[in-house]
Design a protein around this ligand. Structure first.
Ligand code: GCU
Length: 681
């Protein structure tokens, strides 16, 4: 049974947990005795206790002890440095956050490489227990591949969320911090249970009261929120407005090279760190979509980021600087400009120019979280600058959490992309701790999909996207199928329903992609809102996202004979993308302008493929609805009904997409569907 508030941490009787009962009489834990204060370790022990209760249905009588003995029976929770002296724990030193779980001879040992590692080990053990995967002889060691696993909130202080589809903000209301502390703690627990270790708490577009978060009016509140997350090993970032010295400090400018500006930020950082000594740092959107930045003063992004880095550096802080920088005042009449080139053109020349405590945050693709766009050429190219990949869990372009769209299915594709720059050059192979001279991706940041809705994510099945993000950020080699199965069992139990729900999840992305903009052409959505079709909605606008469909052809030529975007990739990928014969077909309209009679690999024309995919996408959405209906008797009525109504709305949306796209191209070309299906005129 599923209580949607609890997400993947359901209360459910587990036989394996009952079998553990005799061990629970003694829990040896290093409570409060660890270096660094032990707050996270204490929380880990508390999570073990809570988790066991969740899976037993009652609180076992637990006796805590601080002295462990090698031969004793019981549960041993601690850090490797303490426990390895007692138990011969094999293995080399793990990365930060790593852990070992060992269950044999009536001893359960969970040893973290550090305190967060202990916490993650406890959560992993509880997940295994909930999935009935704990058995005598179990021994697992794991560690996060990415050091940085971050959530970005686009929450505004008035309580709205930019691109939020699950109710108002968890943190703010009417210009103030206003939250249910228990709920924030439950949120931190969910995040920590999948390994998240950083969170930015306000929208990257820092406007109105949010500009004041770095003033004493709000810093006490920021500190109080930081305290809740800290126990779960999660540190806060604040999004800041680059223009603050001017707008807040009343200086004549915010020029990063002006000494009074640098001094203003230094002083400000000192004040902020007095309140939150372990603040992770600042997240910055500069010179983008109207936000101020160094370009205003003819300075580079390195000038801007480094100046801030010097302000937070003495306090151990970092600057995360976004590469989402492009000209959003384009003229659709001008074919010479290509927005897809922007991030690389702006940032590649600056590789190596950033301070050590600057991390660039790069959207996965050159556009903007589209349903299908290529991996940006910056990955694999940067070798002297720390950087992370930015994903979007909130479903801005993927159905607003009305439509089901299981994102790990697409993220797996991204992780498999081979940048073809040197050996081991797939994205998943590039993820790891940064060491100068290598193009390592230090981790991930993602715009989150939660709000005050009771089920957190609006669509209950969209919880799988939050879960999946955490898992992929932890280990980018995990597959979408593995994650879907894990999530479904944790959320819906070990019965047959879980397998069927996982199967629905895995069909959802391809279905959504089929009824959306065809073959990587992007941006056929309703302007502003970004839900539902509007095929020419962005065609004559300033945003630089055109498809230029006419009666004969569609798409932008991004090869060297066009905008030259393909040349930003490694030679191998540039050649692969530049030739329609080798370009992956799901991206063919991103890279090429093609006639509608272009023959695709299945022998059909491009136009016929557009018709076919749109009929299929609708049929697949209809099939998902039917599959959901067949689960009626296995599910909690409330969850069943809520998800059912979303599937019904999704079907209406899929119908609009199918018919508007097909009619659009039919009207342009006058060519009918060769299979004679209904296309409206
Ligand atoms: C998209 C999105 C905006 C957001 C921006 C960003 O353009 O529509 O709402 O501010 O991305 O990533 O900064």
């Amino acid at each position: 049974m599923n209580n949607e508030y609890n997400c993947w941490l359901q209360e459910r009787k587990s036989q394996a947990a009952i079998a553990l009962l005799p061990l629970l009489n003694t829990i040896f834990a290093e409570e409060g005795a660890l270096p660094g204060g032990g707050e996270v370790a204490v929380q880990a022990v508390e999570e073990f206790r809570r988790g066991i209760k969740r899976l037993l249905g009652f609180s076992p009588s637990v006796h805590f002890s601080q002295s462990a003995q090698a031969g004793g029976c019981g549960v041993f929770l601690g850090t490797v440095s303490r426990l390895e002296k007692i138990f011969s724990l094999s293995g080399q030193k793990q990365a930060a956050g790593g852990f070992t779980i060992r269950f044999r001879d009536k001893q359960l040992v969970i040893a973290g490489q550090d305190e967060p590692g202990l916490l993650y080990g406890v959560f992993r053990f509880l997940a295994l227990l909930a999935m009935d995967l704990v058995h005598d002889g179990l021994e697992i060691s794991d560690a996060p591949v990415s050091p940085l696993r971050m959530i970005n909130h686009w929450d505004n202080l008035d309580g709205t969320i930019e691109r939020g589809y699950a109710g108002p903000s968890l943190f703010y209301r009417n210009g103030r911090f206003d939250y249910d502390r228990q709920r924030i703690e439950d949120y931190a627990r969910l995040l920590a249970s999948v390994g998240i270790n950083r969170i930015s708490i306000n929208n990257v577009n820092v406007r109105d009261e949010a500009k004041l978060l770095i003033t004493e009016e709000y810093l006490g509140d920021v500190a109080a929120l930081a305290a809740v997350f800290r126990r779960f090993g999660i540190k806060l970032f604040l999004s800041i407005n680059f223009g603050a010295p001017w707008s807040l400090g009343k200086l004549p400018s915010a020029d990063p090279l002006a000494p009074d500006v640098a001094a203003w930020w230094k002083e400000r950082a000192a004040l902020i760190y007095k309140y939150i000594p372990d603040l992770a740092g600042f997240l910055v959107k500069a010179d983008s979509e109207g936000e101020p930045g160094p370009f205003l003063y003819n300075r580079t992004h390195a000038d801007g980021a480094n100046m801030l880095a010097q302000a937070v550096g003495p306090h151990g802080g970092e600057i995360i600087w976004r590469c989402f920088v492009y000209n959003c005042q384009q003229d659709w009449r001008d074919h010479s400009f290509d927005r897809a080139r922007a991030a690389y053109d702006h940032f590649m020349p600056l590789d190596g120019a950033f301070n050590d405590n600057v991390i660039l945050q790069i959207k996965f693709g050159p556009y903007d979280f589209q349903v299908r766009e290529p991996v940006t050429p910056l990955f694999g190219s940067f070798s002297k600058t720390r950087h992370v990949m930015e994903l979007q869990i909130t479903q801005e372009y993927t159905g607003h959490q009305i439509d089901l769209c299981y994102l790990p299915w697409f993220w797996e594709d991204l992780m498999c992309f081979d940048t073809a720059q040197g050996p081991a050059s797939r994205i998943s192979e590039l993820v790891g701790p940064y060491s100068g001279g290598h193009s390592f991706i230090e981790g991930f940041a993602a715009v989150v999909n939660v709000g005050l809705d009771r089920n957190w994510t609006g669509h209950t099945l969209a919880q799988a996207n939050l879960y999946g993000y955490g898992r992929i950020a932890w280990n980018p080699n995990l597959t979408a199928t593995e994650i879907a199965r894990e999530w479904s069992v944790l959320s819906f139990g070990t019965g047959p329903a879980a397998e069927r729900i996982a199967a629905i999840l895995l069909k959802s992305y391809p279905a959504y992609e089929k009824y959306n903009a065809p073959f990587g052409v992007c941006f056929m959505v309703t302007p502003g809102l970004h839900y539902g079709p509007n095929i020419e909605g962005y065609e004559y606008s300033r945003w630089g996202t055109y498809h230029r469909a006419d009666a004969k052809a569609i798409g932008i030529d991004r090869t060297p004979s066009g905008t030259g975007y393909t040349s930003q990739y490694s030679a191998k990928n540039a050649a692969m993308f530049a030739d329609p014969a080798s370009c992956p077909e799901n991206l063919i309209l991103f890279f090429h302008r093609l006639r509608y009679d272009y023959k695709m690999k299945n022998g059909e024309t491009l136009l016929q493929n557009i018709y076919d995919t749109h009929f299929e996408g609708y049929e697949e959405a209809a099939a998902m609805l039917e599959q959901w209906k067949s689960l009626k008797d296995s599910l909690e009525e409330e969850v069943y009904q809520a998800v059912l109504s979303r599937f019904e709305r999704q079907l209406a949306n899929a119908r609009e997409w199918r018919d508007q796209i097909n009619t659009y191209f039919f009207r342009k070309t006058g060519i009918a569907d060769k299979r004679g299906r209904k296309i409206y005129d």
